[in-house]
Write a protein that binds this ligand. Structure first.
Ligand code: 13P
Length: 289
């Protein structure tokens, strides 16, 4: 039987090879299947990221693990795949994910007092290590809103990154002027000086949240400065929604059996695969497994 793997090895390899592993957020079965298929077709290691909101939407931790694991096996997926809790808001949430079978978790203590962030991260690291699972921590905050989690976007400090890295985490997310969701027209861009300093200070692979819609040259530069995992959600949601809109406005719902959900979602799944392949290429992780 095929199993999920910790994200540590794939991300360490990416750091050494100067590319970034794609973390694609999943929202349902169609999403998961599309991502797994494109990753397998292109022989690229991949991380399935699941937010607490998406877990709730799909039914719970066990549903997510059972569904994704069954797809891994039914679709004969042989490339390394990590199942990762995205923005775990509490120690309890991370433990529930790990107990259910997630192979990687993010403890996002950015909304807490820093001492509490340290305490929670430490507890999650101890718990995760017993299960050979990887841990992502967060320093500073990432701007924007994701599944009701609102961050004002606070640039991380070198001291905080060092303290979190010392707890034995595997990779680190840090606020470098990145934002979840769409970037506003007047966005200043990523703060590369900060990224460079934090990457050196932490000596850990760095994670770029809010990976949707960042100009290609900035993505490339960020990877060169230590970004080894890039999280994408909005961009795939946008391409999915756009083709469904087209399906509806072209009157396809009224064609023979056009109301069948399998017909409605088919172009959406194709759009996800196309965009995911484009991003794997951009991140340099196409064919890296
Ligand atoms: P986007 O929705 O902006 O792509 O961000 C995704 C993300 O960072 C998930 O953690």
């Amino acid at each position: 039987m095929n199993k999920f793997v910790s994200a540590k090895n794939m991300i360490d390899k990416a750091k050494a090879g100067k590319y970034a592993v794609a973390h694609f957020n999943i929202n349902n079965l169609e999403w998961t299947r599309s991502i797994l298929e494109v990753a397998q077709e292109t022989k690229s290691s991949v991380i399935l990221g699941v937010s607490e909101g998406a877990i709730k939407y799909m039914g719970g931790f066990n549903t997510v693990v059972s569904m994704t694991l069954a797809l891994l096996n039914d679709l004969n997926i042989t490339i390394p795949v990590a199942l990762h809790l995205d923005h775990g808001q509490s120690v309890d949430s991370c433990k529930k994910a790990l107990d259910a079978g997630f192979s990687s978790v993010m403890f996002d203590g950015s909304h807490l007092d820093f001492n509490e962030n340290i305490k929670g991260t430490k507890e999650v690291v101890t718990y995760a290590k017993k299960k050979n699972a990887s841990v992502e921590a967060e320093a500073g905050t990432i701007g924007g809103e994701e599944d009701g989690v609102i961050g004002s976007g606070e640039i991380a400090s070198e001291e905080d990154c060092k303290s979190l890295a010392a707890l034995g985490i595997d990779f680190l997310a840090a606020g470098i002027n990145n934002i979840h969701g769409k970037y506003p027209k007047n966005w200043d861009g990523l703060n590369f000086d900060v990224l460079k300093n934090l990457s050196v200070a932490s000596n850990k692979p760095m994670v770029l949240h809010g990976g949707s819609g960042i100009p290609k040259d900035q993505v490339k530069k960020a990877i060169n400065l230590g970004i080894s995992k890039i999280n994408v959600n909005t961009e795939l949601q946008e391409v999915f929604a756009a083709v469904i809109e087209k399906y509806v406005t072209e009157g396809k719902l009224n064609e023979y059996k056009g109301f069948d959900p399998r017909k409605i979602f088919k172009p959406g799944m194709e759009a996800i695969k196309l965009k995911a392949k484009e991003l794997l290429t951009e991140f340099g992780s196409l064919g890296k497994s």
